[in-house]
Design a protein around this ligand. Structure first.
Ligand SMILES: Nc1ncnc2c1ncn2[C@@H]1O[C@H](COP(=O)(O)OP(=O)(O)OP(=O)(O)O)[C@@H](O)[C@H]1O
Ligand SMILES: [Mg+2]
Length: 265
């Protein structure tokens, strides 16, 4: 494996067009259009309640959109169910990890590979995740529920890798983690993209980490995409610097900032 970035193709692996999702009367995302190209890390930035998690749940089939369409690898998956979508090669690491607490770390990883029959490939990928996160090898026989929050995040990401997906959806991996652990996890996410060529769509409040890790970014305010560009360019924009990276009170469309309570681990 080499450190050269995988070639980013112009072909979108994922394409959302005018997607609208709601919870009863509450419209959570409105007219969201975005693309993720094969080989890249794309990010959606937004503060609490912007609709980041809703976008990922809509893509992975947990909720059906009211309007719009979603294409994955050229096929329409708009109203497909989650099991079908996973089988097509799309893995979702949900907000708050959700590992199986009463299964061992190893069995959680085996569960991640349930759609595969290539035993050798599964064994190789198990080795690969143990090399990314050596603590998981040490804790392989322990119940996953006994892991710390950061270790559970590592396990949740690893379980997604075990499915050998073309695309991983990653919901706020930094949530509740110390800055040091957040940095470590982001470094591994970038390695997974570079070394395995896995395309990643990452949603984050931590704009600083996300803009450094990703290639292309979208800014979501109040359920709408209000800005998009390469992350290199977004990092230079005054609105982004002031609101998402600094101390300004209002975002591009007047969204106010408020911080989620962090649980330090
Ligand atoms: N199950 C639900 N029922 C009703 N409203 C919901 C539900 N889940 C989310 N919402 C609402 O939809 C909007 C978008 O929520 P979402 O969870 O997608 O935001 P988010 O960007 O992921 O926020 P956070 O950074 O806090 O995780 C919010 O206004 C939220 O209150
Ligand atoms: Mg969320």
């Amino acid at each position: 494996m080499s450190d050269t970035p995988p070639p980013v193709s112009d072909q979108p692996v994922l394409k959302l067009l005018n997607v609208e999702s709601a919870y009863g009367p509450i419209k959570a995302i409105r007219g969201v259009s975005l693309q993720v190209r094969r080989g890249e890390i794309a990010t959606v930035l937004g503060s609490n309640g912007a609709g980041k998690t809703t976008i990922l749940k809509t893509i992975s089939g947990i909720i059906d959109p009211r309007k719009g369409s979603i294409e994955f690898k050229g096929n329409d998956i708009t109203t497909r169910d989650p099991a079908f979508i996973v089988q097509q090669g799309l893995s979702h690491v949900p907000e708050g990890r959700e590992v199986f607490p009463l299964l061992s770390v190893r069995d959680n990883l085996v569960m991640g590979a349930y759609t595969r029959n290539d035993r050798d490939g599964v064994a190789q990928d198990m080795e690969a995740v143990f090399s990314y996160f050596p603590i998981l090898r040490e804790r392989a026989t322990q119940d996953a529920g006994l892991l710390s929050g950061g270790q559970q995040q590592m396990l949740a990401i690893s379980r997604a890798i075990m499915a050998a997906p073309d695309l991983i959806l990653l919901d706020e991996p930094s949530l509740g983690l110390s800055p040091k652990l957040t940095k470590e996890i982001f470094e591994i996410v970038v390695r997974i993209n570079r070394e395995r060529g896995t395309t990643i769509l990452l949603v984050e409040q931590n704009a600083n980490m996300a803009l450094n890790a990703a290639d292309y970014g979208y800014v979501l305010e109040n359920g709408r995409i209000v800005m998009e560009d390469t992350c290199a360019k977004l990092r230079e924009k005054d609105d982004i610097k002031e609101f998402y990276l600094g101390m300004k009170e209002e975002g591009v469309r007047g969204e106010r900032r408020w911080k989620k309570k962090k649980n330090w681990r």
